[in-house]
Design a protein around this ligand. Structure first.
Ligand code: ADP
Length: 614
């Protein structure tokens, strides 16, 4: 059944109630009408008959009295006209006996009239007034009185009946009133109750559906609207259930998987023992792991995306790595343990080494940066220990090495006494090794001083051309011997740099020595400098053997030498060069392709004035 039919059906009780009230009203009004008609038919007609009989009788009688006089002939003719209507009314009354006692009274009237009529006949036939008077007085007058009396009785019987019936009618009409009011109230209340109950039943599925919709809106996707039937609401409920089903499936499949993936990736970074901070492309903190919350006291909710609550040293490191990665410079790798930052913790200071990686979006662009702060407390201690040991050993080597060199030199020169040629060769070889050893020891001490920050730089404006020439000159002989062309390219009008000239020369000298050493005959080494914003960029480019990518990052580490490369020093030159450049506030790097050549570069801050001015 459709909803429209159900709603129509709900109106039926009310309509039925109205019908019942109508029928009852028509019935009772009909009864009241009947009662009224009965009074008219039964009693009023009798009353009217009696009145007419009485009137006619009076006329006949008075005509008779008048006729007792002589000229009474005319009035009897008039009286004769009354006889017939009187008898007609009497007949009608005889056929309208309705009340108890009425029959006897009517019979008495009929008899009295019969007597009167026959007396009247005799009266009419009498030809003298005297005879008439005798008839009148003897027969007619008693019959007249009897008839009058009977008329009075019939009248009274019917009038009393009319009064009684009118009272009864009044009572009945009061009862009808009460009955009608009761019927209207009962029908109205019953009809309304039945109608509203039916309407409610018809509309109950709507409330079931609306509750289900509300629950779905509150996130309960398992909710369903249980509605039976085939009407429009049942159809709507089925459609709603299908929609909830689809939503649930969708959430279970996509959102569920998404949440699970998010939860597991959060669990994965939480499982890392080292702090991890993930930055968005705008630089705000997007996510941190548990270790970061504990060690750095940094939380995404608390920070609002900023690093304000992190200790200043750590913040500076995080900002540097973030700027490096988001600036499109690729992953950030620490140069060594000296890059580690100290964080105060309950169990003592911890050293954290930063590493940064770009987070790539679907389109391949950088959409964020993740920074891992690796706990290198123990490793850094080892490194410090190693550095201390190396520094101590180097320091302890210096004095004996000096006297060793002196002794070898004196012996080789034959100061203590003459030596054979063979002995001299051995002593020269020993002296060469001693020189090399001295160089390594000097480098080590230099490096250790640089790393510990014990080196005082004598920074002043330095001419780039002069320092380049001074760096190239000592290697010219070696370059010529190896058949390598050594040249200098200088951008005209280049500004001077802020640097310690001796140290800067040492850096350039190291780079040129390496370049010459790793370039084969016929190759070329070029040293150049050019301006780059607020800085001057130095480059030493060669057309030598080049360096494989896997060694390029490690090449600046202490003692690191490319395996299988032509021999050089102890692997300290580049470390020292990088330390010096960084001590000046500059950066150092390289680009190299195996078999094509390498270009080592570094930048230094420039001074305000152009070269040659100062
Ligand atoms: P060393 O004093 O032993 O040369 P460095 O620190 O200067 O140590 O260099 C480290 C390593 O880098 C060297 O062993 C060498 O293999 C490689 N290297 C340095 N410069 C060049 C270059 N210009 N071409 C190729 N390899 C180079």
């Amino acid at each position: 059944m459709s909803l429209r039919d159900k709603l129509l059906l709900a109106q039926v009780p009310l309509a039925l109630a109205l019908l019942v009230v109508g029928v009852v009203a028509v019935g009772t009004l009909g009864r009241v009408g009947h009662a009224g008609r009965d009074i008219l038919a039964d009693n009023y007609r009798s009353v009217r008959s009696m009145q007419r009989i009485n009137e006619n009788l009076e006329r006949v009688n008075s005509s008779a009295l008048f006729a007792i006089s002589d000229e009474g002939q005319w009035s009897l003719e008039l009286a004769n006209t009354r006889l017939h209507p009187l008898e007609a009314e009497l007949k009608a009354q005889e056929g309208n006996i309705t009340e108890p006692g009425e029959a006897e009274a009517t019979l008495r009237l009929s008899r009295a009239w019969a007597r009167y009529r026959s007396a009247y006949e005799a009266f009419s036939a009498a030809d003298t007034p005297r005879a008439r008077r005798s008839v009148y007085l003897d027969e007619m007058a008693p019959a007249f009185q009897d008839a009058k009396f009977s008329i009075q009785i019939v009248l009274e019987i019917n009038q009393d009946a009319m009064v009684n019936k009118s009272d009864a009618l009044q009572r009945q009409s009061r009862r009808v009133n009460t009955l009608m009011v009761t019927a209207v109230v009962v029908a109205l209340v019953g009809g309304l109750l039945a109608s509203s109950s039916l309407t409610q039943r018809a509309l109950r599925p709507v409330s079931v559906l609306s509750q289900a919709v509300r629950r779905l809106g509150q996130g309960d996707l398992a909710t369903r609207a249980v509605v039976q039937g085939k009407d429009e609401i049942a159809q709507l409920a089925r459609d709603f259930n299908a929609m909830a089903e689809a939503l649930q499936r969708y959430r279970q499949s996509s959102l569920g998987e998404l949440l699970q993936a998010q939860a597991s990736s959060q669990a994965a970074i939480d499982s890392l023992p080292d702090p991890v901070v993930v930055f968005g492309v705008e630089g705000g903190v997007l996510n941190v792991n548990r270790a970061a919350e504990e060690v750095l006291r940094l939380s995404v909710e608390g920070s609002g995306g900023a690093l304000g609550q992190v200790a200043p040293e750590v913040r500076e490191v995080l900002e540097r790595v973030r700027a490096h990665v988001l600036g499109g410079k690729g992953p950030y790798l620490p140069r060594g343990y000296e890059d580690a930052v100290r964080v105060e913790a309950q169990e003592g200071d911890r050293w954290l080494l930063p590493r940064g990686s770009p987070v790539y979006g679907e389109a391949g662009g950088v959409v964020g940066a993740s920074v891992l702060l690796q706990d290198v407390t123990r490793l850094r201690r080892f490194d410090e220990l190693k550095n201390d040991l190396v520094a101590t050993v180097a320091h302890e080597f210096r004095t004996p090495l000096t006297s060793l060199r002196m002794a070898i030199h004196l012996c080789a020169e034959g100061v203590p006494g003459p030596i054979t040629e063979k002995q001299a060769d051995l002593l020269y070889a020993a002296r060469e090794d001693c020189e090399r050893l001295q160089g390594i020891v000097d480098d080590l001490l230099d490096l250790s001083r640089l790393q510990s920050g014990r080196v005082e730089l004598e920074v002043r404006p330095v001419s780039t051309e002069a320092v380049l020439e001074a760096a190239l000159a000592p290697h010219q002989v070696a370059a010529d011997e190896r058949g390598v062309r050594l040249s200098l390219e200088q951008e005209p009008g280049l500004e001077r740099v802020e640097a310690d000239p001796e140290r800067l020369q040492l850096v350039l000298s190291n780079l040129v020595a390496n370049a010459v050493r790793h370039t084969s005959r016929g190759g070329e080494v070029v040293a150049r400098a050019r301006q780059e914003g607020e800085r001057v960029r130095f480059e030493v480019a060669d057309t030598g053997e080049g360096i494989a990518p896997e060694h390029q990052q490690r090449i600046f580490e202490k003692f690191y030498r490319v395996p299988g490369a032509s021999t050089g020093g102890a692997g300290l030159g580049l470390s020292i060069a990088q330390e010096i450049v960084q001590a000046h506030g500059g950066e150092m790097g390289l680009s190299s392709q195996p078999g094509v050549g390498s270009t080592f570069w570094f930048t230094l801050p420039r001074t305000g004035g152009a070269e040659g001015e100062g």
